[in-house]
Design a protein around this ligand. Structure first.
Ligand code: HEC
Ligand code: HEC
Ligand code: HEC
Ligand code: HEC
Ligand code: HEC
Length: 383
């Protein structure tokens, strides 16, 4: 047996914080900190939604450490893998399996080496210290998702002869199975006037036209529609590109408009969702003879600023606006006004998905880009 059961877990204030928070199932009304509608400068009349949208922790579904140790079924991940080879092969190499060991997480953890982070990226380890050995290796493992309480959790299905207890729960095929980990507040919520979501994929999904489609109906399918535990996401370029419709037009000699929309038939939440350090970069650049012109770039993202904390401690990162495309909402229209000297030149444009190291609004154009993928690009002749 593993040593994890005997450890007295202290950490992960998350459960308490999320549990204490007011829960809103639907997307909060688009209002700003002062209660008034907020229009994001530079984007087409978009709104802020930064209200608390966190559900309380659901103890009947998987979640971060500490999973209740008392009475938890004693089955090691190796055992699941040995008997369920197909699922094991798909899960090995997935973002879940490498949640703790992957370079991006390790780099971020080095900045913030706190139990809060470790508890969700290595839920089988004691979050008070760096994870090692098997618990680091499996990240979010079979046991993390399936062993909740004294049986193996499964979605509805026919009766099967399993050599272990099974608990069938139809909610396991819904967003409920993902909610404890894919939506959570900043760990410093205690210091805030109002807690804020660090990730809120569950609320985005609940507000989308595909709210009734389970997360797994999209993410537990491979390219051919077959069941898969690889949990495809933004690492698959084509999967990501498919989620957006993008078009560009020169609506006047000096004006370029780029429209970006999330496809309501393809994606069940904002694009990009999840981790904050991601954005869409929308850029234009005049071409032609003479000195090269620089790119002008606007970002579709959750935009953050530093604000003074009510307790006069260090400043807090506060969300100012969110102009990511959401499925079921009108396209984001980004307008670029050209220099009068460039109205007779062709213009190059591009939309990129970027992973960045800073999300602060005043530094957006200087953020270090650690990964990028071109989603669409083209040239517009002068009109
Ligand atoms: C000794 C072999 C063995 C071990 C160990 C084992 N399983 Fe199973 N499991 C089975 C068999 C056999 C079934 C029944 C039918 C099937 O899916 O093959 C089953 C059924 C299941 C089901 C239900 C499938 C359905 O029909 O919906 C799930 C989920 C599951 N196991 C997950 C796990 C997980 C997670 C672990 C590790 C904690 C695990 N199993 C450990 C053999 C095993
Ligand atoms: C991130 C959570 C997660 C992880 C990690 C995970 N599973 Fe699952 N698994 C699910 C969910 C959710 C379902 C049910 C989906 C449904 O029916 O809609 C499922 C279904 C299953 C089934 C039923 C058959 C199938 O493929 O749908 C088996 C067996 C199973 N898992 C075994 C495993 C094993 C073994 C591992 C580790 C190698 C594992 N799971 C890792 C969430 C997870
Ligand atoms: C125990 C916590 C936990 C549960 C439960 C969980 N996840 Fe995750 N998931 C994570 C973590 C942590 C990562 C980030 C891994 C990394 O570092 O890249 C992740 C990553 C992902 C990714 C990959 C994102 C990308 O960047 O490509 C997808 C897709 C995903 N999860 C979907 C799901 C779905 C669908 C469910 C529910 C069926 C689910 N997860 C349940 C913790 C969890
Ligand atoms: C209708 C299909 C669909 C549904 C339903 C859906 N997703 Fe996604 N998801 C996508 C697509 C397509 C992408 C790639 C584009 C993107 O990142 O938004 C994606 C990306 C992601 C990512 C990676 C984010 C990134 O930018 O790297 C995570 C994590 C994720 N989804 C989790 C979830 C969770 C959790 C749920 C349920 C609450 C869910 N998804 C429901 C289709 C879906
Ligand atoms: C309650 C669960 C939870 C907690 C707590 C958590 N994360 Fe995550 N993290 C996730 C999920 C889920 C994803 C996947 C979403 C996505 O890919 O968009 C993720 C993604 C990431 C990624 C992107 C990984 C990649 O491969 O692109 C980094 C980096 C990261 N988290 C760092 C951290 C750090 C640092 C902390 C602590 C401040 C932290 N996380 C706390 C659940 C959590």
């Amino acid at each position: 047996m593993t040593p994890r059961r005997s450890l007295a877990f202290l950490a992960v204030s998350l459960l308490v914080l999320a549990g204490a928070a007011a829960y809103r199932r639907t997307r909060a009304a688009p209002i700003g900190p002062d209660g008034a509608p907020v229009v994001v400068p530079g984007s087409a009349g978009d709104h802020v939604r930064m209200h608390m949208v966190l559900a309380p922790h659901d103890p009947t579904m998987p979640g971060p450490a500490p999973q209740a140790a008392e009475g938890r079924l004693q089955l090691d991940n190796d055992a699941c893998e040995a008997c369920h080879e197909l699922q094991a092969t798909q899960w090995r190499g997935s973002q879940h399996q490498t949640a703790y060991t992957d370079r991006e997480f390790q780099r971020a953890l080095a900045h913030e080496p706190v139990p809060f982070c470790r508890g969700c990226h290595a839920p089988e380890a004691d979050p008070r210290r760096p994870a090692t050995g098997w618990a680091a290796d499996i990240g979010v493992g079979c046991v993390s998702c399936h062993v909740v309480g004294d049986a193996v959790l499964a979605a509805d299905g026919p009766e099967v002869a399993a050599p272990h207890p099974l608990r069938r729960d139809p909610r396991f095929a819904t967003a409920a199975a993902c909610a404890n980990c894919h939506q959570f507040a900043f760990p410093d919520s205690r210091r805030r006037a109002r807690p804020e979501a660090m990730q809120r994929t569950i609320a985005e999904h609940a507000a989308s036209p595909l709210a009734a489609t389970g997360c797994g109906d999209c993410h537990m399918r491979d390219r051919h529609g077959a069941r898969s535990h690889a949990f495809v996401g933004s690492r698959d370029d084509d999967y990501f590109r498919d989620a957006l419709t993008i078009s560009a037009a020169r609506v006047a000699p000096d004006t370029v408009e780029i429209e970006v929309a999330a496809r309501p038939d393809v994606v069940g939440h904002a694009v990009p969702t999840g981790d904050l350090f991601r954005r869409l970069a929308v850029a234009v650049r005049p071409l032609g003879r003479g000195p090269a012109r620089p790119w002008t770039t606007q970002y579709l993202a959750r935009h953050y600023a530093l604000e003074r904390a009510p307790d006069h401690g260090g400043p807090l990162r506060v969300e100012r606006s969110d102009d990511r495309p959401h499925p079921g909402e009108p396209p984001r229209v980004l307008r670029f006004r050209l220099d009068p000297a460039d109205t007779t030149r062709p213009v190059a444009w591009e939309v990129r998905f970027e992973r960045v190291e800073s999300i602060l609004e005043e530094r957006e154009d200087r953020a270090v880009v650690v990964g990028a993928m071109s989603l669409a690009a083209g040239e517009l002749p002068p009109t």
